[in-house]
Ligand binder design. Structure first.
Ligand code: UD1
Length: 374
């Protein structure tokens, strides 16, 4: 039977896809979204992808009165509202702590007042809570290294080495048990999100699941937001006839997950109680290098003439490798990714082609350089 579902951030990239799936599943959906100018443009227009079958309420999760109103009659809360620029969080520190950490606190305080009605909470967390991914030594010993030192990065020594012995480390799938070592203000606020939700949910017996998203890409990614992910940035550049610009040597890797697989994980978390009070990785379990991302996009757009450019510089706080161990999500949610990287890139690129693609790379890069962060 359909439930009354609140999706904060439901006008955004992941939230809007989730809203579509919930409505298709017969739920009554209310979106609560501030329509941030950085994502939605200065005039804060409702984006065309917002499902007309949902009720849209504009407002901020930091506004307790507005939050109290939107919680009226709600059974299930998906919390996706957040400020999402990693680099930007390192200079807009107060804004990120307020929008994300205080926002989660306000939302939870209002939820607690209505706890008898709330059946489930699902909160969007991020792989950025890990910092570097998990590694092992050539002898097979597990390692959770800290960020590479600035000295080594300035010498262009990109790969991870063991702090004690200096031997090269090999990346392995990152399990949820890896120590959390966030390396940006954004990542700290995402750790706050999951810890606040899981702790408050557990204390009041409101079933809660935290999903640690790996690198999500796909249709509706905010293209004009210079802080958007690398797949969207590269697609926009190539469609504008410019080569992808790769930091480091392009061999750093991430776990790229198509947005539709993320939506599937959210629906599973809603349906089962087996993952209650757990934090789960939501990725594909496969590493992909940034060069492979560039090549796949160039190939898909028939622009292999635009050779990816190796910058040889680095972004402050960037990790080298991280990809998900998805066994916990598989066991508890019955989750398995369905979209291959090549299919996902085709879907992203087809969508980007129909958009007014403004290339934000130069602006974002300039702002990081001005602040000594790249
Ligand atoms: C991203 C998100 C973060 C989210 C996390 C997990 C951004 C900025 N960060 O972090 O919010 O929590 O995924 O989903 O959206 N790169 C280039 N050229 C570019 C842009 C990036 O080489 O033009 C490189 C970066 O240096 C990095 C890699 O691509 O090595 C990935 O960068 P990015 O897409 O920003 O993702 P993360 O930093 O991993």
């Amino acid at each position: 039977m359909g439930e009354h579902v609140l999706v904060t951030g439901g006008a955004g990239f992941v939230g809007s896809h989730l809203v579509d799936a919930l409505i298709a599943g017969g739920h009554e959906v209310r979106i609560f979204d501030s329509l941030e100018p950085q994502v939605h443009g200065q005039d804060r227009q409702v984006p065309p992808h917002v499902n007309p079958g949902a009720e849209l309420v504009r407002g901020s999760v930091t506004d307790a009165e507005a939050v109290a109103r939107v919680l009226d009659g709600i059974d299930v809360v998906f919390h996706h509202a957040a400020a999402v620029g990693v680099g930007q969080s390192m200079y807009d520190i107060v804004h990120y702590c307020h929008a994300n950490t205080v926002g989660a606190a306000v939302l939870l305080q209002e939820i607690v007042k209505r706890r008898s009605r709330i059946r489930k909470m699902v909160v969007a967390s991020s792989m950025s809570v890990y910092g570097e991914g998990a590694y092992r030594t050539p002898g097979g010993k597990a390692r959770s290294p800290r960020l590479r030192t600035r000295d080594r990065l300035e010498r262009g020594e990109w790969e991870m080495r063991d702090g004690a012995t200096g031997v090269p480390l090999e990346p392995i799938p990152t399990p949820e048990t890896k120590p959390l070592q966030p390396t940006s203000v954004y990542a700290i606020t995402k750790r706050d999100h999951e810890e606040l939700f899981l702790t408050v949910g557990y204390a009041y017996r409101i079933p809660t699941v935290a999903l640690r998203y790996f690198n999500i890409y796909g249709e509706r990614q905010a293209l004009s937001n210079p802080y958007t992910g690398v797949a969207a940035i590269f697609s926009t550049r190539v469609l504008n006839g410019q080569a992808p610009m790769m930091f480091e040597d392009g061999e750093q890797s991430r776990d790229f997950i198509h947005v539709s697989d993320v939506v599937r994980a959210n629906l599973l978390a809603l349906e089962t109680d087996r993952a209650d009070y757990e934090a789960l990785n939501v990725g594909t379990g496969q590493p992909t290098t940034i060069r492979q991302v560039a090549d796949a996009i160039l190939e898909t757009l028939g622009r292999t003439d635009l050779k990816p450019c190796v910058l040889g510089t680095f972004r402050e706080g960037d990790i080298r490798h991280c990809y998900a161990d998805i066994s916990r999500a598989r066991d508890l949610l019955g989750y398995a990714p369905e979209v291959t990287f090549n299919d996902g890139v085709r879907r992203l690129v087809e969508w980007v082609r129909g958009q007014q693609a403004v290339d934000g790379f130069d602006q974002a890069h300039r702002q990081l350089v001005e602040r000594g962060l790249a």
